[in-house]
Design a protein around this ligand. Sequence first.
Ligand SMILES: [Zn+2]
Length: 354
Amino acid sequence: MKEKSLKWTTRILLAVAGVFTMLYFNLPKIHAWEIEIQEVQTAWSENADSEAQMNHLVIKETKTGEEPVKGLRLRIPEGILADDIKISKDDLTQTLKIEIPHTDGSYFQNDPVTGSSDSISGLFYMQGKKTDVIEITLDQVYELDIERDEKYYYFNFVKPHEIYDKIVVIDAGHGGNDPGANRQGIMEKDIDLAILLELKELFENSKENIHVYYTRTDDSNPTHEQRVGLANKVNADLFISIHNNSTKSGRVSSISGTEVMFSKSQEGNFTSENLAALCMEELTLALNSRDRGLIDGDNIYIVKNSEVPVALVEIGFMTNKEELKLLNSKEYQKKAAEALYKAIVRAFEEKEQE
Ligand SMILES: [Zn+2]
């Protein structure tokens, strides 16, 4: 066993560390802490044939007399340039990944991270041959306010609505190995994404002050929990999910048109139904498609679990020959995106009149 693990340590990633909530959830919230390493002799397997060591990271109080750090302060290891540190954030999983060129010894032993754990629910440290990775799991979706000087990186975690007035989450259905409806080799996931990307371009060139989060902008397939979770966690004003329809049997048929699902159980001044109605109006106007009505979508996971006004649009039928051809064209996708864009702008206008 020992031999095997030593052998592997020369080949694969060296050490893995984790910190989990319960350790510091018991401590007073306002405190700032220092993170230091504590070895735990637990073998941790990422997969069957690799073994790495798991270290336990414990957060301690900042030394007295030191200026408390609001977010996190990360010391830049000696000999490493700040620019060589790669920082990335994934809103779907609420993780912040910090990749540091590998230095000898444990980063956490020599260069502790200081700060407050208020926004943090987990911390993971992995030493590799070339790169050491610190992965921080946040308790919510935050925007990062990053500053740095010669010695440190400073991370502040800001709630989206503290910097953005209007927030929308847009979801493209399916993805990855879930193609959704599939006709003649044309997959719904690709059409859903193409429309989302058109919409993304509109928002990028928009003068409207609307910030948009996307559940996917590539061929990935987030879970239903992650999709609706993003809308709930950023406390979006609106949540729109883009889909395309097919008949129950999946056979070619004359059935065509647009359907929009909403959550009947939602209450408030501007409801899911209000948003769905705007989407329907704009889509049918722009596409000249048949209005098949608003549909109670509370049997659909992301609709039912949305805590914010939600509309799931089924733009057209992929089982209809003519509509499939249209849906697969860039021109039609663009029109659909423009219609959704207008619906979103109108939704904010209506919300403001509340
Ligand atoms: Zn779908």
